[in-house]
Design a protein. Structure first.
Length: 140
């Protein structure tokens, strides 16, 4: 009845660890070791070891350090990411970003400077070289 479970416990990498709900307003500093999802309003500083998700209703005015970020709402501030920044078609980002990869959907707004960090540049350069095919032609 109170014995051990026979199956091992598994951790889901894609689960959201922290949610700031739609009606929440928060200011200060957030440090998260997991995935952070913001649906409400936040002002301050964010350090996230994993990923940040800002939904369409999310409003953020902060400086951000994270692995990856997906922004569908409004973001104002500087962004430093190890990997990819994805701005959805409903997203608006104002501020300078330093990322490995930048994806901006049609309809999204980005107002600022973008700097690609060297790790992302090398990866993207390899992808471009791999996709590009050179064909020799004989102009006769």
């Amino acid at each position: 009845m109170f014995g051990r479970r026979s199956e091992p416990t598994t951790m889901t990498v894609d689960k959201v660890d922290t949610i700031l709900g739609k009606s929440a307003e928060f200011s200060g500093k957030i440090k998260s070791s997991g995935i952070l999802r913001i649906e409400g309003s936040f002002e301050g500083e964010i350090e996230c070891e994993q990923d940040l998700i800002i939904t369409e209703d999310g409003r953020v005015n902060a400086d951000l350090k994270a692995r990856h970020a997906v922004i569908a709402g409004t973001y104002q501030g500087n962004i430093l990411l190890q990997g990819k920044l994805e701005i959805k078609n409903s997203g608006k980002v104002t501020g300078d970003v330093k990322v490995g990869t930048l994806v901006i959907e049609d309809g999204a707004i980005f107002d600022g400077k973008c700097e690609m960090n060297s790790e992302g540049q090398e990866k993207n350069l390899k992808l471009v070289k791999k996709e590009r095919k050179m064909e020799a032609s004989n102009p006769t």
